[in-house]
Structures are given as C-alpha cells and as structure tokens.
Design a protein around this ligand. Structure first.
Ligand code: ADP
Ligand code: MG
Length: 330
C-alpha cells in the first residue's frame, strides 16, 4: 500500500512539474482617442494579465505626455513655450522630434508635425475648417525645420511664433513599439499590439501567420485585403477615420502641409515594415504624397512595403509585394 502511494506521489510530482499549457490573453481599452487591443501568449495567467496592464499603462503614459489636447502634457507645454525660445525637455521628446524630422527629410516634407499650425483649426466632429486668416497665417508656420532640437543640451525651440506641433502621425506607432519592446523584454515570444490603425506583431500565431485586415475605405464593415503577417509592423491611414463632408468635398485628418487642406490622392494607405513608429509616420506621408510618388519612395526603402487604395478605389502594391503575390499594378 505504501508503495502504491509512493508511486502515486511520484506521478503527481511529475504532473505538477509539467509546464501549464500556455494560452492567449487579451485586453481592449479606449486610449489616445482610439481602440487599443493587445494579445499575448503566456503560460501564466497572472503574469499575462500584469503584462497587459503594463501595456495599457504605457499607452496612457504616452497619451498624457504627447497629447496636444491635454493642457499639462509635455507637448502642450512645448507648444506654449518653445515659440518663445529654447525650452528644456525630455530625452524621449527629443527622440520623437528627431524621428519625425528624419521622416520629414525622407518624404520631402510630406510628413510634417507642424502641419497642426493649420490643422489645429479643424474640428472634424463639428465640421469646422480654418478661416482664411487662420489658414494664411498658419501656412507660414508649417515647416518641420522650424522645430529646432539641441540634443546635447536637451532643449527645443520653434523658430516661428505660430508653430504648433501635433505628434498624432507618429505617437501611436511609437506607443505600439514601446509596448512590443516591453513584452519582448519580459520574455514574450508571441504577441500583437494595436492602437487604432497601427499595429505590430511579435512572432507568429502558434506556427501560423497572423491575419491583419485592411478595411474597405468606403464600406465600414467590409474588408478590402487580408494580409498574412509574421513579426511585422503595419499601419493604415485612411480618409474615413475622422472627416466631414461639405459641398461634396471630404475634409479629413491627413493634411498636405503645403496647402493646409486634406490630402485627396488616396483613400487608404497601408505600410508594412519592421517598426510601427516608422510605418505610422510613413503611412501618413505616403497618403500625402499620393500613389505615384508614394510607391516610388516605398520601393526605394528596403524592408518597407505598401498597399494603397487610390482615389478611384484601385488597389496598388509596392513592387516587392506585387511580385510576391503575383500581382500587377494598373
Ligand atoms: P490615425 O491612425 O490617427 O488615423 P494616421 O497615421 O493616418 O492616423 O495619421 C493621422 C494623424 O497624423 C492626424 O490625426 C494628425 O494628427 C497627423 N497628421 C495629419 N497630417 C499630417 C502630416 N502631413 N504630417 C504629420 N502628421 C500629420
Ligand atoms: Mg500614420
């Protein structure tokens, strides 16, 4: 009898020592004016839930630091003080401003965080546009080179009194990268993090690719393209996210910095690449550039791909993607 018990105890010991089967854990929240969704594959429920809480906390931190709508955010402080002269700021702010400037340089100014010198006067919910005076004065202040960064001294100044910065074209991608980094450094090997149209996938989905859908820009619940993806960032910019229509013209939240008016050469632009900070900023940029110049830029960037739905509803692909999928562009 004792022998049987010993054997049972040994067996039980083996069972307890086996790793618990891993599972998917997920969370959803509304932060940064958008839907946040994260999923992790983990063998421990408490750890997984704590990590997902960390993801949401990081999203909230980035929102309260970089939102131009929150009065005591670091960005709001810069918008008030940096037009008056050198203003001390954080290394993270400097990093984001420098990354933004790199994308501006790369895109010939299609990406420009000072777009908001005019952009601040749009209210998409109320259907309001800048008046003529706001447009003219604001246009003078749109130029990414007005944002001067003194990295060594940790300070910034805006070289025009009316410069107003909005990081809405890059901050969500940055937040997604930060959260993926947080999960990865905690040992997670399979995860996805999405902030609205910006998402990033870590690993695959138990041996299968993840499936990411690109919305049909003119039919809310329809999907235009399904993408099987592994270890990739993907960002979509669309003219359907925030917009109003007036006299048959669609005014939406992606502005051409050279005119202060909405960019209208595309309906949606999706960028694939290794990091969401860059795919986010590039999706906004390529939207502004339009399919022709946009695809030319993307085809010159190693590791970056694009799927554009142009202003006639046609799907257009970057060269590598078109080749991989056996597609041809019109
Ligand atoms: P979303 O996921 O918010 O729809 P997008 O990646 O399409 O984002 O970026 C749109 C946001 O980028 C706008 O809400 C605005 O904050 C900002 N933005 C608009 N036009 C530009 C521009 N030309 N350069 C940089 N940022 C821009
Ligand atoms: Mg973007």
């Amino acid at each position: 009898m004792a022998k049987v018990w010993r054997r049972l105890a040994a067996l039980l010991g083996v069972l307890l020592a086996l790793p618990a089967a891993a599972e998917w854990f997920e969370t959803t929240a509304a932060i940064m004016g958008t839907r946040i969704h994260a999923e992790v594959w983990h063998e421990d429920a408490a750890t997984a839930r704590a990590l997902l809480d960390d993801v949401l906390a990081e999203m909230r931190r980035i929102d309260t630091t970089y939102s131009p709508y929150i009065e005591d955010s670091e960005l709001s402080r810069l918008n008030r003080e940096a037009p008056n002269g050198w203003t001390a700021t954080t290394p993270e702010m400097i990093d984001l401003l420098e990354k933004s400037a790199q994308v501006s340089q790369l895109t010939g100014g299609a990406f420009d965080i000072t777009y908001a010198s005019v952009g601040r006067y749009y209210d998409y919910r109320k259907g309001e546009r800048p008046n003529q005076a706001e447009l003219e004065a604001g246009l003078e202040a749109i130029n990414w080179k007005f944002v001067e960064v003194d990295e060594a001294a940790g300070r910034v100044r805006f070289a025009h009194p009316l410069v107003y910065v909005d990081l809405g074209g890059i901050a969500k991608g940055y937040a997604v990268d930060r959260c993926i980094e947080l999960l990865r450094s905690a040992g997670v090997t399979q995860a996805s993090v999405a902030a609205g149209g910006d998402s990033r996938i870590l690993g695959d989905r138990n041996g299968e690719p993840w499936t990411v859908g690109i919305r049909d820009p003119r039919h809310e619940d329809a999907v235009a393209v399904l993408l099987p993806l592994v270890d990739t960032a993907v960002s979509t910019s669309g003219d359907y996210e925030r917009f109003f229509e007036k006299d048959g013209v669609r005014y939406h939240h992606i502005l051409d910095p050279s005119t202060g008016d909405s960019a209208r050469k595309s309906w949606s632009v999706t960028i694939l690449g290794p990091e969401a900070t860059f795919t986010d900023a590039l999706s906004t940029s390529v939207f502004v550039l339009g399919p022709e110049a946009g695809l030319k830029l993307v085809d010159a960037l190693p590791g970056i791909d694009a799927i554009i739905i142009d202003s006639s509803g046609q799907l257009r692909y970057s060269a590598d993607l078109a080749e991989a999928a056996g597609l041809t562009n019109p």
